[in-house]
Ligand binder design. Structure first.
Ligand SMILES: Nc1nc2c(c(=O)[nH]1)N[C@H]1C(S)=C(S)[C@@H](COP(=O)(O)OP(=O)(O)OC[C@H]3O[C@@H](n4cnc5c(=O)[nH]c(N)nc54)[C@H](O)[C@@H]3O)O[C@H]1N2
Ligand SMILES: Nc1nc2c(c(=O)[nH]1)N[C@H]1C(S)=C(S)[C@@H](COP(=O)(O)OP(=O)(O)OC[C@H]3O[C@@H](n4cnc5c(=O)[nH]c(N)nc54)[C@H](O)[C@@H]3O)O[C@H]1N2
Ligand code: SF4
Ligand SMILES: [Mo]
Length: 697
């Protein structure tokens, strides 16, 4: 057969980059960037370029599997779907619909289908990563200013604060790193806030190397100085901020010298950054997940929104803006979020504890593990995990694994046999982005959707959409579902007036760019203003104004634990070749980084007798993991930076789930989480390090 080129969009991370895929004999032989796609203009990262090595990997799951007496038995799709449906329905009959929990991880474009199934089935319990990633910025954005404010790189910001983010590697959510690279090239002033000398820090005009977990204190310092010097936008604060006076009074509690003391920065550094941001012209704040994986999560984001608002940079071209959505059925409509009754919503696990999370239906994972392990407040009997590997990616991995082992019926839908899938009763083989059609990027807030076109088929793998659609027909009212996926795609596109064929040829659809919409209609909050004093937080019984919480584990806030665990551990800086626990299968991408790496300052390494390449045992009060030493001044002397997401597919049996898994060390106790959102402190904890036997396993 001859070659063909399929125009599509990558989804090897959160996705979005336009690609041209060369296919021959049902094999992808090359992936190149699409110069006509507005998301990436021809650029691709290494994961996208080499994704065919994952799609065509010999270890792919190609059939549904059932575990029978400890061994895997192949099933036909009909057998698998009937079996899963029968078990889900029997759980519903015996224990109620809430006893089935669905779960996914980070944004994959399949969320809307997962929620559609949950809401149609009647379970309010969808386990996500949303308590500590992206969910906090969505709900805090909605409550404080009506939506998520995204940096308008197209509007040429004069200054960008890159805060706890490293988009040059991570390319997350609405952003690709090339937007920041272009801004730097065009002379935008860059302020980087990071305890580690990241790629952005190296290129920044001001690098604020704060102590891990003290971002909120820095934000208050900046705010204090901007108020003190009168550098705020008088008109905006008078006309468009609710609670300005109360906010200013609160800021008095957090003066500059306090901020300097908490963050380990100099007063002058904080002043210089505040002045640069407030006076540069249009300025944006590009923040990342480091601010969310913290006990100070909601405070952090609220304070950044405060900074944007008080300087008049909210919904200003080149500032932080709200892009209108393209005219398609949106993720929330597709998810049938209105279908769940108030009675069922009231049963959402943990909703009385983390009430802000509950506003967007997000649950804290521990509430699910507890319901499985203790049957309280009611038993969870079934778990259906789609595109997530929680044994490697959620806090306190030991407890996660115990819960997955204990649950009565576990279904995992994945590309590979992961440490989470290995514990399941049924495994359903999912197709990668090269194997299906979809309206990509539907969940994002960059005002675009991008066409994803199927290039190949692999084994019997089916798309998440297709699998959920078929299970939906078996487990819920078939009227909520489509006879096939083509029908679903037409429905998603129907508001645009385009057919799938037209859309997929066109490649993308934009919602248009409109700014300063508040001048006509205000902000989409209860007071129509930016609520620095949040009426929603007040109604939920939280402090309506942002405050500050010290990290729970730091030498100065927890000296007792620090006696045995004296160093500050930060985890999870993104690795270009992997996406969380993905791409560890032996092959092109894994060969770029065969072993996990932990960064140690030269003086710490010397004191511990560790040299580059040594295996290091990293430990916390919860557990330990081994990674190989990189000796570098990228980290400060008391800070240890470890990678997350490690397991070893080549190691048969337990797949090496507990060798280098840094989430064995993280804390998932309720007390260690953000009190409103339930965000887990995956980044800031205390640890010890020592040279390990080589190799320790
Ligand atoms: N210590 C520490 N832990 C962290 C972090 C950290 O910084 N530090 N970061 C956290 C963050 S921000 C997040 S969002 C979570 C992410 O947590 P997860 O989303 O659980 O992470 P992944 O490892 O990407 O797991 C996804 C799994 O789904 C499969 N998969 C990928 N795409 C699809 C698909 O389209 N369909 C199906 N069915 N399967 C698919 C992959 O093969 C993989 O096994 O991890 C968190 N864990
Ligand atoms: N290649 C690759 N890309 C990814 C992912 C992946 O696993 N691999 N994961 C995706 C996901 S789900 C997400 S959420 C995004 C995240 O991507 P980003 O939001 O860009 O965040 P990270 O790159 O994880 O971390 C950014 C920086 O946070 C710093 N940091 C650590 N602790 C602190 C702290 O206390 N304060 C501050 N200010 N900074 C701190 C780290 O040193 C790091 O340089 O990346 C996405 N993109
Ligand atoms: S940034 Fe994401 S969407 Fe773009 S090529 Fe890389 S993996 Fe694919
Ligand atoms: Mo994430």
């Amino acid at each position: 057969m001859g070659k063909k080129i399929v125009r599509s969009s990558c989804r090897a991370c959160h996705g979005g980059c336009g690609v041209l895929v060369t296919v021959q004999d049902n094999q992808v032989i090359q992936i190149k960037g699409d110069p006509d796609c507005p998301v990436n203009r021809g650029w691709l990262c290494i994961k996208g370029k080499k994704y065919h090595t994952i799609t065509h990997h010999p270890d792919r799951l190609t059939h549904p599997l059932q575990k029978v007496n400890g061994s895997w038995k192949k099933l036909s799709w009909d057998e698998a779907l009937d079996l899963v449906a029968e078990r889900f329905l029997s759980i519903k009959r015996d224990f109620g619909p809430e006893s089935l929990v669905l779960g996914y991880g980070t944004g994959r474009d399949n969320e809307a289908f997962i929620y559609r199934f949950a809401n149609s089935f009647g379970t309010p319990n969808v386990l996500t990563a949303g308590h500590m990633c992206y969910g906090p910025r969505i709900v805090t954005g909605i409550t404080r200013c009506g939506n998520l404010p995204v940096v308008d790189y197209d509007g040429h910001p004069s200054c960008v604060i890159v805060w706890g983010a490293n988009p040059l590697v991570s390319n997350p959510d609405e952003y690709k790193g090339l937007y920041l690279a272009r801004a730097i090239r065009n002379g935008a002033k860059i302020i980087c806030v990071d305890p580690r000398r990241s790629m952005v820090a190296k290129q920044a005009d001001i690098w604020l190397r704060l102590l891990p977990g003290t971002d909120g204190a820095l934000a208050w310092g900046l705010i204090h100085h901007i108020i003190d010097r009168g550098l705020y936008n008088e008109e905006f604060v008078t006309e468009h901020i609710h609670g300005w006076e109360a906010f200013c009074n609160r800021a008095k509690e957090y003066p500059l010298h306090w901020a300097a003391d908490k963050t380990g920065l100099k007063v002058e550094e904080i002043m210089a950054a505040a002045e640069m941001f407030a006076t540069a012209g249009p300025a944006g704040i590009h923040w990342g997940v480091a601010l969310e994986q913290s006990v100070n999560c909601v405070n952090n984001i609220s304070l950044l929104i405060g900074l944007m608002a008080m300087t008049g940079n909210l919904d200003r071209p080149g500032g932080n803006v709200f892009y209108p959505n393209p005219p398609v059925v949106n993720a929330s409509q597709l998810g049938r979020h209105r279908a769940l009754s108030p009675e069922l919503k009231a049963k959402r696990l943990g909703n009385d504890r983390f009430r802000l999370a509950d506003v967007i239906g997000v649950i804290n994972p521990k509430a699910v593990w507890d319901a499985i392990l203790t049957q309280e407040p009611y038993p969870v009997k079934g778990l259906y995990l789609i595109s997530t590997n929680p044994v490697i990616t959620r806090g306190n991995a030991k407890e996660v694994r115990a819960a997955l082992e204990a649950v009565d019926f576990l279904v995992v839908q994945d590309f590979f046999m992961t440490p989470s899938a290995a514990l399941s009763d049924v495994v359903l083989p999912a197709s990668t982005w090269l194997e299906h059609d979809y309206v990509g990027d539907l969940w994002k807030r960059h005002g675009r959707v991008i066409a994803r076109n199927r290039a190949v088929r692999v084994g019997q793998a089916r798309s998440d959409y297709d699998i959920i659609n078929e299970l939906g027909k078996r487990c819920t009212d078939p009227g909520f579902w489509w006879s096939n996926m083509s029908e679903a795609l037409e429905e998603i596109l129907s508001p645009s007036g385009l057919t799938w064929k037209q859309f997929s040829k066109r490649g993308y659809l934009e919602g248009g760019r409109q700014f300063q919409k508040y001048r006509q209609s205000g902000f989409r909050t209860p007071t129509r203003k930016v609520e620095l004093y949040s009426t929603v937080m007040e109604r939920l019984g939280y402090d309506p104004l942002p405050g500050y919480n010290d990290p729970l584990e730091a030498p100065w806030s927890n000296p007792k634990t620090a006696e045995s665990y004296p160093y500050q551990l930060i985890t999870g800086a993104r690795i270009p070749f992997f996406f969380h626990s993905e791409n560890r299968q032996p092959g092109f991408l894994r060969s770029r980084r065969p072993d996990p790496q932990v960064e140690l300052h030269p003086r710490l390494a010397e004191a511990k007798g560790i040299v580059a390449g040594d295996w290091v045992r990293i430990s916390s009060p919860r557990g330990a993991a081994a990674q190989r030493a990189v000796i570098t001044e990228r980290v400060a002397e008391g800070v240890v930076a470890a990678e997350h997401g490690w397991w070893f597919p080549e190691s048969k049996g337990d797949l090496g789930w507990d060798r280098s898994n840094i989430d064995l060390l993280t804390d998932n106790s309720y007390e260690s989480c953000d009190p409103a959102m339930g965000a887990t402190s995956l980044r800031v904890l205390l640890c010890n390090v020592e040279k390990a036997a080589s190799p320790p396993f």
